[in-house]
Design a protein. Sequence first.
Length: 134
Amino acid sequence: MIVVDANIIAQMTFPGQFSTEVNALHEKNPEWVAPAVWKVDFLNILALYFRKGVIDQGQASTALDVAERLIGSREHTVDAKEILQCIVASPCSAYDGEFVVLAQKLGTKVITYNRKLIQQFPDLALTPEEYLKK
């Protein structure tokens, strides 16, 4: 089981620069979990792609279906007080704190391309490439 952010999920739903790497990640560890906030971020990615003309409404809807199947019932609510402790103890945002706290709670890693998160939590946050090397 690994915690993934919306950008990792997006790479599974749209062909992109890191899609091959993210597909290999899913093959190695298909049990993806995320805090409930992942969906809002993913919808923002869909909005950006739609407004840039990269996808149409049907493709956005299909991508959302795929993303929801990837996470399934493994969407978690994270305790706000624990997030607050995380953001007080580090310079990370509340959003990033959700992923950190969830990974800590589950005893697993956060897979992300967020460099700031990786720098702040090098033992917890990894890129897919780093995770695949382990």
